[in-house]
Design a protein around this ligand. Sequence first.
Ligand SMILES: [Zn+2]
Length: 275
Amino acid sequence: MPELPEVETVVRALRPVLTGKTIDQLELLHPRVTRHGHPHLLEDACRGANIVALSRRGKFILIELENRPTVAVHLRMSGQLLVSDTPLPSPHLRAIFHLEDGPTLNFVDIRTFGTIFLIDGSEPDGYRTLGIEPLSSSFTAKRFGEILEGRATGIKTLLLRQDLIAGIGNIYASEACWLAKVHPALPAGELNEAQVKRLHRAIRRVLSDAVENLGTTLSDFRRPDGEPGQYGNRLHVYGRHENPCPRCGTSIERMVQHGRSTFFCPRCQSQQLRD
Ligand SMILES: [Zn+2]
């Protein structure tokens, strides 16, 4: 699933293309796209609307409209927002933003988990309850420590909770724990001060590096021009089980936490490591 860096990559690519453009019409091609709202309200809000800004909140792409509610897009597992001159001939095309005097914005989604909805008070809980933005200046080591306090959940699983910290998913949670030398199963509330500081720094570094490298493509993620992200070959542990740890050479291991794969180095991230 696209995480903060992939979504940020999409927003940065779409911003110069869409800002200042007018939406002629939003054409909805699959009922699941609008399951979080009312398709007619969404179509009405988009018809003739001027796009004033593109932004991101957690893993949501926000298309801000002049004097209208903001349109949110969540790519979920396999959603793609692709720019083309005319609608793409894809069998997985789920929605089309037709722009006046401009390109077409195609919402392609093989698995149909992606959604488009309005931020008008009827938005889903997953949006309303989003936690702090990890790349914002308000996400300090102190704030991070407060979020972890008293929590018994394994730290890597806790990092996936969008209502605490918005935007981190399975890839970057594993990567951040490795970079910080923190065992992914360590109860979040038991991290000592040094570990909290290291992990806080690691989260921000991993996410910024991935944004710089236009995100990670494991399978479906594409930038709006159809190209894949470039961070995939920079991953240290994610998907690299049985390969040597880039830091110490020990074989990377995979374990399952709450149904999700976690990748870690059993030596660098030893559970006993408390320094
Ligand atoms: Zn190692």
